[in-house]
Design a binder for this molecule. Sequence first.
Ligand code: HEM
Length: 215
Amino acid sequence: MDSFSAVVRTASHAQHMEAETSTFMGDLLGGRLGVAAYTRYTEQLWFVYEALEAGAERLSADPVAGPFIRPELFRLPALERDLAHLRGPGWRAELSALPATRAYAARVRECAERWPAGYVAHHYTRYLGDLSGGQIIRDRAERTWGFARKGDGVRFYVFDRIANPAAFKRSYRELLDDVRADDLERQRIVAECKRAFALNTAVLGALGEEFPIGA
Ligand code: HEM
């Protein structure tokens, strides 16, 4: 029988392809968008990580979500430095969430407050993705817009407290395999992962509309 981490991965595979090949991601990675689009995207991430990390401290004592809360993953401070670089010192006043981002962050917050296993689904979908494909995005962003390697603008993608991302991902998958949830609850986690991917795809879709190529 497949491990739970493999089940989750397989279940979200098709949606991962969809996110990866979205028009916005394709244009961003293809170097066809300006830094304004990258900035807007980074700004949307701020709302998502604010929701993920605002509830993290309280959840660290939770039997289900607690083992996943690892300070070396926290992205909010890095995002804030990136935004200060991209937008300048007044970045916070200009921050605005797209409706799709608001819906995504609201769902994360709801899980953080009421359903720790659902929070795990959101945690997995973001952080494991950032540790993986995020590195490709960082590389392209550095080349396309000239950010210093692993410096301001791309710090979100730099996990400087994780020396070996491959080993970290392996141990994360073990945590997922051992998550304190019965079969039914595990099925619900899988469903929430799919929802998390759909929420991401909706944000990317909205960004694609805001930044059509050639406009
Ligand atoms: C252009 C965008 C993207 C690229 C190039 C990309 C690429 C990748 C790559 C190369 C992996 C590594 C798989 C492995 O470890 O063997 C990965 C894993 C992953 N990605 Fe993405 N990805 C992108 C977007 C996304 C998005 C938008 C999400 C959802 C928020 C996401 C979530 C994940 C997750 C959860 C994993 C871990 C899968 C697992 O091993 O369990 N990715 N991605």
